[in-house]
Design a protein around this ligand. Sequence first.
Ligand code: AP5
Ligand code: MG
Length: 218
Amino acid sequence: MNIIFLGPPGAGKGTHAADFSKELGIPHISTGEIFREAVKNETPIGLKAKEFMDRGELVPDEVVVDVVLDRLKRDDCQKGYILDGFPRSLPQAEMLGQKSDSELTAVIYFETCKDVILMRLTGRWMCRGCGKGYHIKNLPPKVAGVCDECAGELYQRADDKVDTIEHRLTVYNQETKTLIDYYKNKDILIQVNGDFEKQEGHEELEGVFTKLKSNASC
Ligand code: AP5
Ligand code: MG
């Protein structure tokens, strides 16, 4: 199961990837999370990525591709992976195709409308400790400001301000949207409804994964 979750910011990629990574027993690899961790630890890659992330721009392709290819070589990716937020440009998709040994099973595209995206991202809170995501209305923590899982402090992402969200959407439309046709032409694109509430979206994805598993065992 080598899966890509493709879609605009706020489509629910990270939320669903976290759940299905557990259900399928394969790692959830979020390039955004890798970079946020690098920024927190002030590594050379983090220092480079920060300026792009804060502006809502893409981190340069060559930086991202090396990080992902390294990550895919780890043992835990033997049975598969869910890539969340990568690739995000045509060069990234082409480099993944050329340089990774693993063949893609499917690219799941979350079609999501702008109103839903804005509502989700302006209400999102994240845990500083374990990275778990919450939403002020849709997925509130039991205690305000505190993570249910690890009791870590919750914070709002610096790029979840309305202006930066708008810019991320522009970048998505200019750089990433083209990957829908790219993977459609390879016959591995599966579209799901990113506007669905979490439970409904989960059920739709369960159907998708059941079909993929039965295709794999044929
Ligand atoms: P990244 O962290 O990947 O951000 P993003 O793609 O903008 O996506 P988000 O994480 O904002 O959205 P999501 O779809 O994961 O939504 P979530 O599940 O959290 O990247 C950040 C930055 O890193 C980029 O801008 C760039 O600078 C850099 N970067 C990363 N990858 C890169 C790459 N490949 N190339 C270059 N640069 C790269 O959900 C959002 C909220 O909604 C949450 O609060 C959640 O609780 C709620 N929610 C989710 N689903 C539902 C639902 N179905 N119903 C109700 N509420 C829901
Ligand atoms: Mg995410």
